[in-house]
Design a binder for this molecule. Structure first.
Ligand code: GLU
Length: 473
């Protein structure tokens, strides 16, 4: 039997880290089993769902490197993969369930139901019974599923093991609203049945919905899929992951300069690992080793610092052209224009040094900005710390004169000349180089100074030393 799995984002926001993890695990399971990965859009909430969010979510999935075999934007044998385009189908199923006696119309008002609930309580019955009235057939109203009261709903979850819900844990819930809009339970189950989903892997927050979905599937006479409930995501403080902890949408991570490969790798670790102690692994290794049955049932901690560390590891592992290609858009964004060939060449000169010092791509842009414009503003903190000391004017003046005499403009020649100058002046290297760094790069934090000067060029270096000196007042 071909494995058919799906992810079902609701386009009411950007792709959430939790949904991205669910997408990733389903994708891995499909790829590990020569299966089919499906992306459908759970857009029954017509007011909050937008095309922009749907596009954004699909973009984020593609950015992460997850491709799908059937679904929104690629199509497939099942017609539409958008719930908003399948309302007819849900209504048809709901009516079939009424016809077979598995569901019924309920036209009672909320107050009446509240009364019944109270009566049930007074009679010592479980409130789950209050609503039952299969004998009184209304012909309009919401449609509710009639829950069999005689047996527990049980299943073997691939991750959580045996799970059992007592009948009274499940109320006669609404499957179709008066306005014809299906509830999540109905739409999701009909889709899973129609698309012949074999395994439903989704967040543990949806566990309470699962008995409802199993009962709808049974009432439809369909096979239930195998369920796998993925562990909840917590922040480092042990509380449920939310915006308070860190960014929770994939777009924010992409825009902050994270690499898709690093995010992919890190998301894998939220409940699973290739072998228990390897933290960095490739997509191929993950596909090779992945099994839903190996996912942990313990909550997983989402630690943005660890993700950042991992991103740095991925950046350092890139070859130079790849690093430059990834960093360039961030540099151009920061500079506000495209770089010309000569400028890209000067970036290349220090790119390897920048790469070593970068955990996030925009940091690379920060480090090389000085190459692509004038230093018309100095970082205020750097200036106050470094440039207000005694002797700075002398150091900058001497460096400017000394560098004018350097013939071969290369990092080693610049280094030799500045070191011998400082030793003649009896000034320590650290103390002597810091003002030059601020003058040339605008900041006391920069790539190594001699290489930075080499990349900047002789005349511009000298001009900046002079300009900073003039700026001292
Ligand atoms: N639309 C649901 C969500 O975004 C997913 C439901 C499911 O996987 O069944 O959480």
């Amino acid at each position: 039997m071909t494995v058919r799995v799906r992810v079902a984002p609701s386009p009411t926001g950007n792709l959430h880290v939790g949904t991205a993890r669910a997408a990733l695990f389903n994708w891995l399971y499909a790829r590990a089993n020569d299966g089919v990965f499906i992306v459908r859009s759970d857009d029954t909430d017509l007011e909050r769902s937008t095309k922009e969010y749907e596009d954004g979510i699909l973009d984020s999935l593609l950015w992460l490197g997850l491709d799908w075999d059937e679904g929104v934007s690629v199509g497939g044998p099942h017609g539409s993969y958008r719930q908003s385009e399948r309302f007819e189908r849900y209504r048809e199923v709901a009516e079939q369930l009424v016809a077979s006696g598995a569901a019924y119309y309920d036209d009672r008002a909320a107050e009446e139901l509240e009364e019944l609930r109270k009566t049930a309580q007074a009679e010592g019955k479980h409130p789950g019974h209050y609503i039952r009235r299969p004998d009184q057939a209304a012909t309009s109203g919401v449609i509710r599923l009639s829950i069999p009261q005689d047996s527990a709903v049980e299943f073997d979850d691939m991750i959580r093991g045996h799970v059992s819900f007592e009948p009274q844990d499940v109320d006669d819930f609404v499957i179709l609203r008066t306005n014809g809009i299906p509830t999540y339970h109905l739409a999701s189950t009909v889709d899973d049945v129609d698309y012949e989903i074999t395994h439903v892997a989704r967040g543990e927050d949806l566990l309470p919905s699962t008995p409802k979905h199993m009962l709808i599937a049974r009432a439809m006479g369909a096979d239930e899929p195998v369920f796998a409930h993925l562990p909840l995501l917590f922040g480092t403080d042990g509380k449920k992951l939310s915006k308070r902890h860190s960014a929770t949408s994939l777009t924010e991570y992409r825009d902050a300069g994270f690499l898709a490969d690093a995010v992919f790798n890190y998301l894998c670790l939220l409940g699973w690992s290739v072998d228990g102690d390897t933290t960095i692994f490739s997509r191929e290794q993950a596909i090779e080793a992945f099994d839903l049955a190996d996912v942990s049932k313990n909550p997983a901690t989402f630690d943005p610092e660890k993700l950042e560390w991992m991103n740095g590891e991925y950046i350092r592992a890139m070859d130079l052209p790849a690093f430059m290609a990834q960093a360039l858009p961030h540099i151009e964004k920061s500079v506000g224009r495209a770089l010309d060939d000569a400028e890209i060449e000067s970036f290349r000169e220090i790119a390897a040094l920048v790469q070593e010092r970068t955990k996030l791509l925009p940091e690379a842009a920060e480090q090389v900005r000085f190459l692509f414009g004038n230093v018309d503003e100095y970082d205020q903190k750097s200036w106050d710390k470094v440039m207000t000391k005694d002797g700075v004017a002398e150091i900058l003046g001497a460096a400017s004169t000394r560098l004018s005499g350097v013939e071969r403009w290369a990092a080693d020649a610049i280094e030799d000349s500045l070191r011998s100058m400082l030793s003649e002046m009896e000034i320590g290297v650290g103390k002597g180089l810091q003002p030059m760094r601020v003058a040339v790069t605008g900041s006391s934090v920069s790539p190594p100074l001699f290489e930075s000067m080499a990349a900047l060029g002789k005349q511009r270096t000298i001009d900046r030393l002079d300009a900073a000196r003039a700026h001292l007042g």
